[in-house]
Write a protein that binds this ligand. Structure first.
Ligand code: HEC
Length: 476
């Protein structure tokens, strides 16, 4: 316990390092400016020497605090080593310089030492910044074109991209579901550069190794696993992960990690190889990204932009409402963060009905009373109504939709009678029907009317073995 308290104090003092270092940095540069850009009088010389002495004093103090901070073990050891030795070199150079100038060294070697010291200082600062902010802090905000020119990867975009899952049963649970989630919500603090709690969550080996309190996964026992326990704590608890102020995991995301740990936290198994109950099936289907095409004739149209005030009003309900790309006015509306949204709030979408091309209302409380509003969106291409209360008769309203290409009805009560209505939508190309009450005959009847349709109904069989048994690509 005593050792632990000592450690805490050490790290407490260490936290002053990032602030204090700026003092000697500023002083060293001022000394440099005076040395190079002002008259070389004796007075100036004395001032420079005095500044250098103080620079040395504060550098040593900062270095000591830096050393304390390093004891937290939260930093990438390699970058830390470089930063540390460069920092110490800077201290030494400023001390030598102060001493040499005081004893009256010639201007030429003095200037060389100065340049060496300032260079050392700059590089130290750069490594220090990388340690605190991550190695791409400086370049991450560059525009994409500039990053490309410099041969760099997409920064944020790459980190946030969720791999497209089209065949859920075949998806690798860790690679395609767990890892993207950890990348999005956890690895900003648990990575190769920063190891909060001495934990890295970026590779299987490090996940298994655990953090300062040992392993974080107890195989098959999610509730004994630190990885899961931390997510379930009260959000105000200081041990809650991610810490206060960061976007917490959604219920679905927690359920996913829980499921993964419960079945052994395996890094290679596919979705179909882990047992799944109704609840997790629902969670998993929410992760599927539907296939999309940019081929729709809609994208050849030129439309006017939505009113920003209308978008703001819609966003107040927790809905995401954004243009699908920078140079197009078409809008995607997504209710992923607003599961409680009902037809009443959704009525605000009327203001942007001319712009909506994708409408994702899966897992919300929307029902048949909203279907006419949907039918009034002239350019709608993609419609998600999975796990909603939509019923067979509601689908009839969609029959005149001109551009609707795909509709997701996973987890609804739709039966073959609903499919009859879908058959009337001429533009329709894909229908997703896992966990519905449609039958194989119903799908075949639909195929007769609309042979170009792809019907995905893979979750109808017994989970997991018969998964995808009735998936039919009816025609190409
Ligand atoms: C903003 C930074 C930050 C983010 C994001 C973050 N953590 Fe942490 N994490 C910490 C800090 C700081 C600690 C050490 C203090 C503590 O134990 O609470 C820690 C400790 C932990 C520990 C305990 C390690 C040990 O052995 O003591 C676990 C487990 C953990 N985090 C899991 C996660 C998970 C899972 C996520 C993503 C959902 C996450 N963290 C996101 C900062 C973060």
């Amino acid at each position: 316990m005593v050792a632990e308290a000592g450690q805490s104090w050490l790290i407490f003092w260490g936290h002053f390092h990032p602030m204090l270092v700026h003092l000697p940095i500023g002083m060293f540069f001022i000394a440099g400016i005076l040395q190079f850009f002002s008259k070389q009088t004796t007075e100036n010389h004395d001032v420079v020497v005095r500044i250098l002495i103080w620079t040395t004093v504060f550098s040593i103090l900062s270095a000591a605090m830096g050393w304390s901070l390093a004891q937290s073990g939260e930093y990438d050891p390699e970058a830390l080593q470089i930063h540390q030795w460069l920092g110490i070199s800077t201290c030494v150079l400023s001390a030598v310089l102060a001493f040499a100038m005081r004893s009256g060294m010639n201007p030429r070697p003095t200037n060389t030492l100065f340049i060496l010291g300032l260079t050392c200082l700059t590089i130290t600062g750069h490594y220090g910044g990388n340690l605190t902010h991550g190695s791409d802090y400086l370049t991450a905000s560059l525009p994409g074109s500039a990053r490309k020119m410099l041969g760099m990867k997409e920064a944020e975009a790459e980190r946030k991209e969720v791999p497209k899952i089209t065949n859920l049963p075949e998806a690798i649970v860790y690679t395609q579901l767990v890892k993207p989630l950890l990348t999005q919500k956890c690895t900003s603090c648990h990575n190769d550069q920063k190891q909060k709690g001495k934990l890295r969550l970026d590779t299987p080996d490090f996940i298994l190794k655990g953090g300062e309190d040992g392993p974080i996964i107890s195989e098959g026992k999610p509730l004994d696993s630190e990885l899961i326990k931390r997510l379930l704590l009260d959000e105000n608890d200081e041990h809650h992960m991610p810490p206060k102020g960061k976007t917490p995991l959604t219920e679905n995301e927690i359920a996913l990690l829980h499921w993964w740990v419960q079945h052994g936290a395996d890094f290679t198994k596919k979705v179909a190889q882990l047992p799944a109950d109704e609840k997790i099936k629902k969670v998993l289907t929410a992760y599927i990204k539907m296939e999309e095409t940019q081929e729709s004739p809609v994208f050849k149209l030129t439309i006017k932009a939505a009113n920003e005030a209308d978008l703001e009003r819609i966003r107040k309900h927790g809905l995401l409402a954004n243009p699908i790309s920078k140079d197009q006015n078409f809008i995607e509306v997504n209710a992923i963060n607003a599961p409680r949204v009902t037809s009443k709030e959704l009525a605000d979408l009327r203001a942007i009905q001319e712009q909506i091309v994708r409408l994702k209302l899966g897992n919300t409380r929307v029902g048949g009373d909203f279907i006419q509003e949907i039918a009034a969106m002239p350019l709608l291409i993609h419609l998600d109504l999975n796990h909603t209360k939509m019923a067979d008769k509601d689908l009839e309203e969609l029959k005149n939709m001109a551009y609707l290409e795909s509709i997701n009805l996973v987890g609804t009560q739709i039966t073959d009678r609903g499919l009859v209505h879908l058959a009337k939508i001429k533009s329709l190309k894909r229908v997703y029907l896992w966990q519905t009450r449609v039958t194989e005959q119903g799908i075949l009847a639909l195929k007769k009317i609309n042979p170009a349709l792809t019907v995905k109904s893979g979750f109808k069989g017994k989970w997991p073995l018969e998964v995808d048994s009735t998936q039919m690509v009816l025609a190409k």
